[in-house]
Design a binder for this molecule. Structure first.
Ligand SMILES: Cc1cc2nc3c(=O)[nH]c(=O)nc-3n(C[C@H](O)[C@H](O)[C@H](O)COP(=O)(O)O)c2cc1C
Length: 208
């Protein structure tokens, strides 16, 4: 059985809008001492969207670029637990059920990736790792983002949920009155982590 709360996370990002959510998510898992290992996979389309939304340039030092950490700056610690895996490498650790991944999050999740996961098309590492999560009955959280949704998207969300995934749409809350986009994305990230059994200090709690 996977560890609860999870210590070994797989985080994937795809070509849907919402790269600031990924940035906040990676920052949170890097901070959280309960998490020991993070295998991180980015699709080619994710790179394209991150170039638009975060101003990223190419794949070099990708994790540092996403987190806004300069490798040359001695004042900033480089992320140590986040290991970048190639989406083309279907021989990577997380491609096998024998590797002890505890949970997987796809943030943001495009409807293209959703469709491939929902139909068991495991030709790239992201979809293969998701497929493994489902077959091993490990938590799989899909932060799907698209609007409006057509019936294919809705059917695929049903198929993935029916197979055991949690559909966790990239729909932030507003009742805590976020002061910035970063705060909005951070609170959303806290909700995803709390769902996995990793409640975050300082997260907003509704008191009624
Ligand atoms: C700037 C930009 C924003 C996009 N936003 C979305 C989106 O919100 N949701 C989505 O499903 N696709 C979106 N797309 C389209 C996907 O990137 C495209 O379908 C891609 O093939 C998905 O590939 P992937 O699932 O392998 O990452 C966007 C593309 C671009 C360039």
């Amino acid at each position: 059985m996977p560890n609860h709360p999870p210590q070994n996370l797989t985080v994937a990002t795809t070509g849907a809008s919402g790269a600031i959510f990924l940035r906040q998510f990676l920052a949170a898992v890097e901070r959280d001492r309960r998490i020991q290992t993070v295998n991180f996979i980015a699709s080619d389309s994710a790179l394209r969207v991150m170039a638009e939304e975060l101003g990223l340039r190419g794949r070099s030092n990708l994790v540092n670029q996403i987190l806004g950490v300069s490798p040359r700056s001695s004042g900033n610690r480089s992320p140590r637990k986040i290991r970048l895996q190639s989406n083309d490498d279907i021989g990577a650790n997380v491609a096998s059920g024998s590797y002890p991944a505890d949970a997987m999050v796809v943030i943001p999740c495009s409807v293209g990736t959703l469709a491939r996961i929902a139909h068991g098309d495991a030709s790239h590492l992201i979809e293969r790792a998701a497929d493994v999560s489902l077959k091993e009955k490990r938590p799989l959280v899909l932060c799907v983002r698209e609007t409006p949704l057509n019936k294919i998207h809705i059917r695929n969300m049903f198929r993935a949920a029916d197979a055991g995934a949690t559909i966790f749409p990239l729909i932030p809350a507003f009742y805590y009155r976020p002061a910035s986009l970063d705060e909005m994305a951070r609170e959303f990230t806290c909700r995803v982590l709390a769902h996995l059994g990793l409640p975050q200090p300082g997260a907003f709690r509704w008191k009624g």
